[in-house]
Design a protein around this ligand. Sequence first.
Ligand SMILES: Cc1cc2nc3c(=O)[nH]c(=O)nc-3n(C[C@H](O)[C@H](O)[C@H](O)COP(=O)(O)OP(=O)(O)OC[C@H]3O[C@@H](n4cnc5c(N)ncnc54)[C@H](O)[C@@H]3O)c2cc1C
Length: 490
Amino acid sequence: MCRHDWKKIVVTITVLLCSVPIMPGGQKSGTISANGQVARCPASTYVLEPAKCVPVAYDADVVVAGGGFSGIAAALATARQGAKTVLIERQGAVGGSFGPGMHFQKVFLQDDPNTYIKGAPYDYVKGEVTAITREFAENFFALHAGRKSCSLADSKLCSYMTLKMLKEAGVELMLCCYACDPIMQNNKVCGLFVENKSGRQAVRAKVVIDATGEADICRRAGAPILRPKESYHEYDSHAPTGIGIWAIVAGIDGERLDDSKVVEISWKEGIDDLAEVTCDGLRKLAPDPSLRAIKVQLVRPHPKVDAGDAKHISALEAGIRKYVIDFVERCRKHVPGCENAYLLYIAPYLCARGGPCIEGEYTLTMPECYEGKKFDDVIYVYGEAHALRWQAEQKVPFKWTDVPYRVMIPRKVDGIIAVGRSASCIPDTLLRICESVIYMGQAGGTAAALCVRNDVEPRDLNVKQLQKKLLADGFYLGDENRLAELGLRQ
Ligand SMILES: Cc1cc2nc3c(=O)[nH]c(=O)nc-3n(C[C@H](O)[C@H](O)[C@H](O)COP(=O)(O)OP(=O)(O)OC[C@H]3O[C@@H](n4cnc5c(N)ncnc54)[C@H](O)[C@@H]3O)c2cc1C
């Protein structure tokens, strides 16, 4: 064989080795780190993904993963401070649980705007409604939304008005786009790999905001995660991990409908030995009496369910949708007024009320809400609904709780801030309330923009600077004495 042929064989083998996944077989123990980085790849349970060049879709200052209320508020806050902002959302519309998810009860509505803005009874953040929360409310009411019982229909208006606000603020939107792995440099997140119709793309950013509702990005970055526990039921009858889906039923004869019969025919159904689901009736959906809403949700508590587990979510999506169809069929057969009923619409995905969240530099707990704990790095002042109930039972005056900046900062990983339902709390449902997630989103976005401007890591941000900006934007951080104590007033 001539020298030339040898050279050809070596080149061929090299090309083959580089283009085919390499499995170092025979290894008994895996050495895959929490963020999927590979030291050794056991062939029995893993496939080594070949390295490839991924095109950069955007070079941004801030990228926000998740277009729910927390992500929208975060993106608006960063963009309005001049940071080049990209928002990534896996659905075709923004709003998250309150948009496509249609979980729209009790959200700054069902009252007239003035009552709401002056502080409705279910106003969970202390102070007059301000900042982006107030803008949301005003834009929302301007669309003639917020009518009693119209909540599901209003979720479409919510998607519309928030989309308009994002566009006006100059936020770049990537809809129908899944935020996958973080781009890592050692322990720092420097952007996101995303998947969409174009394939795999990269979005580079100076700061990443995890607004996925389940801390998906932080988890993949290797940050420590708090998973819901059965014991959380002690604090919140909905915990751990309330999950549900909304649907709309049409063709109902409202005059003949017997609501008591609907409740009677409802039943509990098991899904894959994972959880049970049920439905509590046909809810009014004015103004059209032929339409009713159903909410199918897990029978609580359901500690086996992990909202961050793909297998669980897939099984629940399938099982809950089957239940919705069976429920409507049963209504048609057994409930007077439902003979011509049919399923008109079902939300595109299950929404989670709890689930995994980061283990932050600080974890806020329910007992701390009972006692109304104060923190020097307060970003807004919160009144958690179950704490309110507990205080009423104990006959002690209601106490507001400071939400500290550190609940948004994951331990061990830099370059990333977790907002909304992804922030650090026990039980997993503690920081879920709509208004809370909007205020937190705005605080997280404001912090990210300051980090970009000052070239600092989120954990090293001068919190006083953030607090001053939040005060200027109308946030309530305490009374005048407290502000003086915090060094925020002369
Ligand atoms: C059954 C139920 C009832 C509820 N009732 C109320 C109530 O009455 N009042 C109240 O205040 N709150 C209620 N909640 C809670 C509230 O809906 C949530 O706490 C709140 O929506 C959380 O906001 P978020 O922005 O953190 O997350 P979400 O609203 O969940 O938004 C997360 C967004 O991220 C997107 N996303 C997730 N992963 C990715 C990814 N990898 N790539 C791209 N996009 C991604 C999702 O599509 C979604 O749009 C309820 C929730 C449920 C499930």
